[in-house]
Design a protein around this ligand. Structure first.
Ligand SMILES: [Zn+2]
Length: 241
């Protein structure tokens, strides 16, 4: 038996993720976009929440912490760079730290840019990474607190993961990102194929993520920028798209 991941549509376009280890019986919630939706999913699966792993402090990521702690008694792991900003935090972690779910280990990677303390959780052995608002399919998070150069370094760190790694972003922004990506690379055959696949998924009411790093490297204009300056230019264009 291996890790089971349940994807939960929350709010208007967020995804919550529950990660369950059948052996230990532990279940973690990646962020807490909507406590009621997460509690409902736990009930459906018959899982008990043991931990929340937060990626950053925004309300649609940590806003459900207090209720989940109150109703389940779960522990909260939060980014070291956002002390005091994450409700219920019990432990703060940063780049190089490891966190565990039963016998499974995840590595914390610092990915500042969207917020200054943003972190991602990498299950290296399983080729899974929870990327929060750092990268989306064919897109990336807005650079609210950090600099474009910081965000580029964060994306570069994620691109160093093996190609087969599956990215689990926190939002369903793919169709919108696709429209922008096509303005940057209108002749990219991989992008055109992905855009078509995404349209079919959305028409069927299905999520477009998780997505492999390999596919993102072929289709995501932000990952394909090649350097911090070009990245900054594309990010500015997207901000006003
Ligand atoms: Zn955010």
């Amino acid at each position: 038996m291996t890790l089971t991941i349940k994807q939960i549509p929350c709010l208007s376009d967020n995804y919550g993720y529950l990660v369950h280890d059948p052996k230990s019986g532990e279940t973690i919630s990646i962020d807490s976009p909507d406590a009621n939706a997460i509690l409902e999913a736990l009930k459906t699966e018959g899982w008990a929440l043991t931990q929340i792993w937060n990626t950053h402090h925004h309300f649609d990521h940590a806003g459900g912490n207090a209720q989940l702690v109150r109703e389940t008694g779960c522990a909260v792991i939060a980014p070291a760079g956002e002390k005091g900003m994450i409700p219920g935090a019990d432990r703060y972690v940063g780049g190089g730290d490891t966190v565990s779910l039963g016998a499974y280990m995840a590595r914390v990677v610092d990915t500042p840019g969207h917020t200054l303390g943003h972190i991602c959780y990498v299950f290296d052995a399983q080729h899974i990474v929870f990327v929060g608002d750092t990268v989306f399919s064919m897109g990336c998070g807005r650079v609210f607190e950090g600099t474009p150069a910081q965000m580029w370094d964060s994306l570069t760190a994620l691109m160093a993961l093996p190609d087969e790694t599956m990215l689990y972003p926190a939002h369903e922004y793919t169709a919108d990102n696709a429209r922008f990506a096509l303005t940057i690379e209108p002749d990219n055959a991989d992008l055109l194929a992905r855009v078509e696949a995404v349209a079919a998924l959305r028409a069927a009411g299905r999520p477009t993520v998780p997505v492999s790093l390999a596919l993102e490297k072929k289709t995501n204009p932000f990952l394909r920028a090649g350097g911090a300056d070009a990245f900054a230019r594309i990010r500015r264009q997207k901000d006003t798209f």
